[in-house]
Structures are given as C-alpha cells and as structure tokens.
Design a protein around this ligand. Structure first.
Ligand SMILES: C[S@@+](CC[C@H](N)C(=O)[O-])C[C@H]1O[C@@H](n2cnc3c(N)ncnc32)[C@H](O)[C@@H]1O
Length: 297
C-alpha cells in the first residue's frame, strides 16, 4: 500500500514562489522563535542595553524575526532603525510589506551575507534567524566576522537554527527515515529518477552545538549563551517545512525539486501516524530542537 497522503491542501503553498512563508506563519514556528527572542531580550537587559539605534536582520525572509523582536521590545526601544538583508528580492518585498507598519525606519538590503557591506561599528544588535546553516563552514566564519565588524563594540549577535546535530533527538530519527523512505517509494512508483548530484546541501550537514559555540569565539566574539528550545511540531508544520524547497532538496538529494516536494509533503502524515506522540488533545507531534546562540562583540 502506498503510504503517501495526497489530500494535503497545497493551494496556499503553491502560490508562493518564496515558499518559506507558510511554515514561518505557523503557530509553532512563531512560538519557538518567540521563546528564543524572549531569551535574547532578557540578555540585552542583563547587559544593560537601554535602547537600540540600529538593528540588522540577516536573512530576513518574510520578516518574522523583526516582527517578533519588535513585539517584545520595550516601547521606548522601538525607534530603532532596522536593516533587513536577504539575497532574495522576493523575500525583501514580502518583508517590506509586512514590516512597514511596525518599523518607522526600515531599510531593505538586497545582498548575500557573504557580500554584505555595512559601515563598520554602525549596528547595536544583529539577528540571524534560521539561516546560518545554509552556508559552508568557511562562509559562516567569514560572515560572522563581517557582522562583528558591523557591530559597535559591545554589540550583540543572536542567531538560531533547527539544523544542527542535536536538533533531531535519537528517538525521533525513525520518523525522518520513514518519511524519506515513503517519499522515495512514491517517486519510484511514478518513474521519477534521481538526477546525479554529489552536492550535499549545507543544511544536511547538521553541525553540533559545540561547533557553533566555537564559531563565534573564532570570529572574535565572546559567547554569552547557547540555549536549546524544544518545539512540538504537528502535521501542518511538517507539511509546510517539507514543502520548503531547501528542506525537500536536502532530504531527497538529486531528485527533481517539484516532485521531491510533492513526495516529502505527502509522506508526513503516514510517518506521523507511525512515529508521532499524542499531545494533550491527542494530536500527533514530533519534537524538534532549536539552538539559540548569543554573542558579544
Ligand atoms: C529559512 S528563511 C529564514 C527567514 C527569517 N530569518 C526567519 O527566521 O524566519 C532563510 C532566508 O535566508 C535567506 N538566505 C539564504 N542564504 C542567504 C545568504 N547567503 N545571504 C543572505 N540571505 C540568505 C533566504 O533567501 C531566506 O529568505
């Protein structure tokens, strides 16, 4: 029997070219990022920050991190100028439309982090949400050094990722294996062939927490905190993240992307039914961990 659910509502996802947005809009995603940001605002207070002149948001995406940061800042800090940097112009357009009512002094910067040119010592706080894992180790180090140059002395860098070694606890691995196995089976049944590809996406590398702790120190920062947050992810969130191009491409390397997305998304439900844990309402979930790093320039 084919274990792929074909009754998934794809209308919202397929209209998006920038297709991270549906996942970013889930309650779960907002919750885990809000938990991270609460801890970061607490660190700012502990460090004696009493206001922010300039905030840099690296890999802005749909602008989710800036929105949550502003929702959680004291009112008197909300005059901060915000620079949103992303290599996707589509993401920047979307972020601009979402943030223009929240942020008075908003500037969109169309650039990769590797090519970022921002004046030295011009930023108080840098946030890099859910994006560092896309880069190679060398590019990560180089980019963190760039951010350090852009920060004022004593400025703070915060980043998080759910793509690191400890993100998938050992007892959750059968869920991922079953999802991929079902997805591959689905593709084979349809005669979809793997196109030869030796490229391993960076997200598939899952570097350990200790690596990220060392990374900031290597770039000349002082590590302030490395915390982990656990998120209970339910079916809809898994379907949205599975439909995110980079995620599907990382899980099913070498397959044509639109077919890989279809197969990964449809394989969520049967894998959850087999391996999910019921929450208080009986809804099945698989826990996923997020790493949040705070560092001082
Ligand atoms: C998964 S989204 C995260 C968006 C947002 N920061 C959040 O936490 O919800 C990753 C974003 O990183 C951007 N991105 C990926 N690699 C990048 C790079 N090297 N430089 C700048 N932006 C990059 C993508 O265009 C995408 O908008």
């Amino acid at each position: 029997m084919e274990k792929v659910n074909k009754n998934v509502d794809i209308s919202k996802m397929d209209q998006e070219q920038y297709n991270y947005e549906p996942f970013a809009d889930t309650e779960e995603y907002r919750k885990v990022n809000t938990d991270c940001i609460h801890s970061w605002v607490e660190i700012m207070r502990r460090k004696g920050v009493s206001g922010i002149e300039a905030l840099l948001d690296v890999a802005t995406g749909a602008g989710t991190m800036v929105q949550i940061v502003f929702d959680n800042l004291p009112d008197s800090w909300k005059t901060a100028a915000v620079m949103c940097l992303d290599q996707s112009s589509e993401a920047l357009k979307l972020a601009h439309s979402r943030l223009e009512k929240t942020v008075d002094r908003l500037k969109m910067v169309h650039s990769s982090i590797e090519d970022m040119t921002i004046p030295d010592q011009s930023v108080d706080i840098a946030v890099w949400g859910n994006g560092i894992h896309y880069l190679s180790k060398d590019d990560q180090l180089d980019s963190i050094k760039r951010i350090k140059k852009a920060l004022k002395p004593g400025g703070l860098l915060f980043f998080n990722t759910a793509f690191y070694e400890e993100a998938r606890p050992a007892d959750t691995l059968p869920f991922y294996r079953t999802q991929v196995k079902n997805a591959v089976h689905y593709l084979r049944e349809r005669g979809v062939k793997r196109q030869k590809s030796d490229v391993k996406t960076e997200a598939a590398k899952f570097l350990p927490k200790s690596y990220y702790e060392d990374l900031v120190e290597q770039a000349g920062f002082k590590l302030v905190e490395a915390s982990e947050f656990t998120l209970e992810m339910h079916r809809e969130a898994w379907e949205y993240i599975s439909a995110f191009q980079q995620y599907a491409a990382g899980a099913l390397r070498g397959y044509p992307i639109s077919e890989a997305i279809e197969a990964m998304r449809g394989s969520v439900e049967p894998a959850l039914e087999q391996h999910g844990r019921p929450d208080r309402d009986g809804e099945l979930f698989i826990p996923r961990k997020w790493l949040a790093i705070s560092a001082e320039a």
